[in-house]
Design a protein. Sequence first.
Lengths: 433, 337
Amino acid sequence: MSTTPVARAIAVGAVAAVLAACGTGSEDTTESTADASGPVTISWWHNSNTDPGKAYYESVAKDFQTANPGVTIEISAMQHEDMLTKLDAAFQGGDAPDIYMERGGGELADHVEAGLTKDLSEQAKDVVDKLGGSVAGFQVDGKTYALPFSLGVVGFWYNKSLFEQAGITTPPATMDELYAAVDKLAAAGIAPVSVGAGDKWPAAHYWYYLALRECPEQVLKDAVKSLDFSDPCFIKAGEDLEKIIAAKPFNKGFLSTPAQTGPGSASGLLATGKVAMEMQGHWEPGVMQGLTEDKKGLGEDTGWFPFPSVAGGQGEQSAALGGGDAWGVAKDAPDAAVEFAKYLLSDEVQKGFAERDMGLPTNPAASGSVKDPALSGLLEVRDAAPYVQLYFDTAFGQSVGGAMNDEIALMFAGEATPQDIVEKTQQAADAEK
Amino acid sequence: MTVSADSREASSSATGGADRAPARSALRGRRPGGRSASLRVALEVAFFVGPALVLFSVFVVWPIIRAVQFSLYRWKGFGPLVDFVGLRNYVSVLTNDVFIGAFTHNMVIVVLSLLIQLPVGLAIALLLNRRMRGQGLLRTIIFVPYVLSEVIAGVVWFQLLQPEYGVIDTLLGAVGISGPEQGWLGTPDVALYTVFVVLTWKYLGLAVLLFLAGLQGVPDELIEAAEIDGASWWQIQRRVTVPLLGPTLRTWGFLSLIGSIQLFDMVWILTGGGPANATTTMATFLINEGTKRYNYGIATAASVILFAVALVLAIGYQYFVLRRDVVDADAGSRRVR
């Protein structure tokens, strides 16, 4: 009985060993099919497991098969969390699907270091050139390892009628205006902001954005490479965050509020009109739709404004925090897989992707196809931003990012200082070196 | 009388095997003796034990060996094991404030369980053991939470405990009491105790059920004799029933100890170890390090430490507490007969 927890924890290891055995076998087969010009089967994992996305991707695969006889695409459409778990197991066994989703940053760098992903710089050069700056987060040492198909930015989603009720006419553009809006909402008896600090990353996004406002671009670029956080601007970000927390804008019980599961989650509170705003990623409207009974979310009341500027900040005041999803190709995948990944980024497929509100397209040709007014406003901010910083936890990798998020969540509980956040992050970073 | 003797034997073998030795010798006596049968016996043993042994080796022993191996490397969960770091993972776990906090929380749950669940469970069992109307219904009600899956119970309680809009806060609000500002699960000082209350709700039924089973094993004639001697109900419970319940209580203590050390599901669902690490346990720590941060080396080091802690406590408990039961029960049974 006493071995149960251990057995549970290391079952992962056993699974890995089994998968490793399977993995080597199927790698051989893919290589032999890649050499021959005969029929090729490509496995494709994605997370659009509900319509219209699911049906759309099925038709996209069918179109590609018709245009390329002999190629068969095996689609596995999975729920997002399931997909991540299965991907982890597949990577542990060294047998990733031919085409899968990458999130970039430190995670991608780890996959590259372990020799799991294919360098697409040459084979997909035309697509990489077309996507321009969007691929930055998916490059390691100047080489592109994944093709981003959706890139979003984080900002404040708000309830237009609650803002109106509180007498707020224009969305806040500076921190002072944000504080004024919070006061007005509180005076009107409306809980101002919800944050899913229970899941940590939504809370961490505040610190990330404040670091973007306080730190010059070059400092952040260097930090991602050198994992050196000694610049005083990181401390200032923490001090700014302390000020926000001291203003008490957040929903009751925010320390244990989950990000987006259930009506009591941060997104649920916004969707059901219990708070006036929440800082979240571009996926928020879709999440809110799933959390309301009529499947409409906030509907017409949905509004969006970018993170306010910080007076005296040394960073770019219109830089955005964001991230996205990209198609990665497994190291040993056949050439047809690269062709298919390129096809997924074509004008035609990206337009269809945008028309169905499946995400925010990266191919400039598809920008006009986004119909949702809130999302197209967000797209404008993204395209006008001097640069889009990848979420720090993704950029630094889970180990450093996790330590950082934990410490930021502690600050929300009043148990960490600006200095603590920098120190703990640095400690985790030093352990990586 | 035979009925009560039978049920007593059944319950004592269920609660710790006090009568295991005599039972085994009885079995041997029934078998046809002789050396010719020894090969057959050996084959029989191999046939029945073999598959279990193979499964045990593959799914328990081998993973433990691998875990010890992983814990000596820095490993992200994929790619080859190349970065040997010796005992560094162990040092970083044992000097980690969060892990020390997690260990403390496990110990708090162990102590609280023994101090609160034991007396409460015993009291309920003694009450339910009296003949009364609705006895069966009451027993069922007490036991129902234990039948629920831990995850389902956790999700339900999570909803009930939602701050402001949850049922519990609404009910408290209706009588003019306001819960903690951040909610029961969101306030660092309260969260661990809230989790403990939910755990007690969930596991009290098991304690009561075990104690009731143990009470079935207390011979009626002893109680009748005590009654004839003029003992009050309280005296009978204190002097006769509870002492004879000893083996059951100690077995429950063992189950509770092990359960508290490997506590994971309920905490993971209710708080995920938060807020501000106020409810982390050793198990949530290692899952967090492994599957969330991809520090599999550190996670397996923590799992080996958890294994060692559980092993030491289990063996210690067996040695100091449960060992006495064999002597006790033998003496007891002699006295009864």
